[in-house]
Design a binder for this molecule. Sequence first.
Ligand SMILES: [Fe+2]
Length: 353
Amino acid sequence: MNVDLTKRAAYTDKTPYEIWQQTEGVPIYRGLAIDDLRTVELKPWSRKGVLGAFINLIGAGRACDSYAVEIPAKSQTKPEHYLFEELIYVVKGRGATTVWNESGRKQTFEWQEGSMFSPPLNTWRQHFNVQGDEPARFVALTDAPVMINRFRNLDFIFNNAFGFTDRFNGEEGYFNGKGKAIEEHRTWDSNFIADVPGFRLMDHSKRGQGARGILLHFSANTISAHIEEYPVGTYPRAHWHGPGAHILILSGEGYSLLWEPGKPRTRIDWRPGSYFVPPAKWFHQHFNSGKEPARYLALKPWGFTYQVEDLVKTLEVESAGGTQIDYKDQDPEIHATFIAECAKRGVEVRLKF
Ligand SMILES: [Fe+2]
């Protein structure tokens, strides 16, 4: 049963979103990072009919949230629809999802570990675990905090009959994985990706030596994602931007440095399954000190197809009006630490500047 946000007194230090989520009865993970999304403990979530937890990392600000769900073997979530966008990435298992609205035909598609998709805004969605012996788990990024905080009416958010037929109206093949590459924007526009860990990337050397990456847009969403990959023995340049870019490590081992300008650096060590968010306006820099290419997926509350905020220029250096620090301008201690970390693991440093 929903808490009634329309009758809450004003002048509380909790947002309507926070008041709502406390009544959902599942764990709320906070802090800077989740060590391993694949094993983080989840509890029964009656709204969804499966196990779950909220993930409200500090860096999300109030721009977005994240949640994880696990569907036991041969089970399924309850059908749901809601007035906020979400991006879903499958971290474990195999299953299928059915999506529909009030007027069009139901569309069902299958997914597996590494798949990514986004049920269009306010469509009905139900997720099924088709394996008989293994749980299936996914993580999602949503803009629920923004929508719930603005409207303060859960009936409007969770029981709204409006159909965004401009985004989806039961079209056949909507989730067939076909898409469109927009080379000049380093973007792939689609509604379903079967294999994010193996997805083809494009040159991204403006961010890092040898780096490759791609921006991902789904289901006419405002929110978006991207993949980046760094070769062995390298790291990208530092930069900063707004809140909410949730980074999920897909492969490789290394560490990231996060720092507020002029303040000490915080270090996060990562491996596949690690999940963290650089706070707004904090520099962040990711170091591949491991023996294989490091690939991550970033889930973000902003996108580039439909812009809604002032986006900073993260690929330009500060003297050109951007927020990136070139290798030659960074604190020399950063490179010295990288050399030491690579030496510990017997990795040759390939980055040259
Ligand atoms: Fe970033």
